[in-house]
Design a protein around this ligand. Structure first.
Ligand SMILES: [Zn+2]
Length: 238
């Protein structure tokens, strides 16, 4: 089973993707399931996810985006949507203006993620607000929560990301928009169990994001783990 861990649906200025559009991209590439959440800029709404799931039943795993500055409102929304089958939470510290290491701010959200047995996916490119040590702090404080570092800390903090993922069993490196060389390197360092494929559509060429994995991961067994098996286990799909 091939699973995309990272796709956006809905519309914001400069970007749009409907559920049927994403399904068409998945079908062309040969992807079975996708974790979806809205674009996270501005006045985003997770209702975009409901709309996509309703339009394309059975292909999407709903995640919600939250801005922890909304406090109780974010926590209430996590519980409300978890009740309706949402399986993960997406954070974007850079866009929402906080440091992922700020556990005073994040504790209510992370407590809810842990309580509802959700997967946490945070933006994790080369950026001071979501650097690998911040991911390590979250993963250490919440060992029960699977934490996915989107974009694997590439480029300048890639080695730090690998070190953090090596140390922490619940920290995974997510490969969306990560070049093939870096993905191959982290798999050599960590084994295929710690890398999870995602597309970051619509901000990518969907087919290429998937095809790069065939040229990056050398064995069928490793490819199956990276492109679906690892995430299926974390989401308890198997
Ligand atoms: Zn994204």
């Amino acid at each position: 089973m091939i699973i995309d861990s990272h796709s956006h649906v809905g519309t914001r200025i400069g970007s749009t993707q409907t559920g049927p559009e994403l399904r068409a991209r998945m079908d062309e590439a040969g992807v079975d399931l996708a974790c979806i959440f809205p674009h996270v800029e501005g006045g985003f709404t997770n209702d975009d996810v409901d709309e996509a799931v309703a339009a394309v039943p059975g292909r999407f795993i709903p995640f919600l985006a939250v801005d922890p500055w909304f406090g109780d409102r974010a926590v209430v929304e996590i519980h409300e949507r978890a009740d309706r089958g949402y399986r993960g939470v997406k954070l974007h510290p850079t866009i929402h203006g906080y440091n992922l290491a700020d556990l005073d701010l994040l504790a209510p959200v992370l407590d809810a993620v842990r309580e509802r047995r959700l997967v946490l996916l945070s933006h994790g490119a080369d950026d001071v607000l979501n650097a690998p040590p911040a991911f390590a702090k979250v993963a250490r404080a919440y060992p029960e929560v699977p934490v996915l570092m989107a974009h694997s800390g590439v480029f300048r903090t890639h080695e730090q990301a690998i070190e953090a993922a090596r140390e922490l069993p619940n920290l995974y490196l997510e490969a969306a928009r990560v070049p093939a060389f870096e993905i191959a390197h982290q798999i050599r360092e960590l084994g295929p169990e710690k890398t999870i494929w995602g597309s970051d559509s619509p901000f990518s060429d969907y087919s290429w994001e998937f095809e790069k994995m065939r040229r990056t991961v050398d064995s069928d067994e490793a490819h199956q783990l990276v492109c679906g098996g690892n995430l299926a286990r974390l989401l308890e799909l198997t």
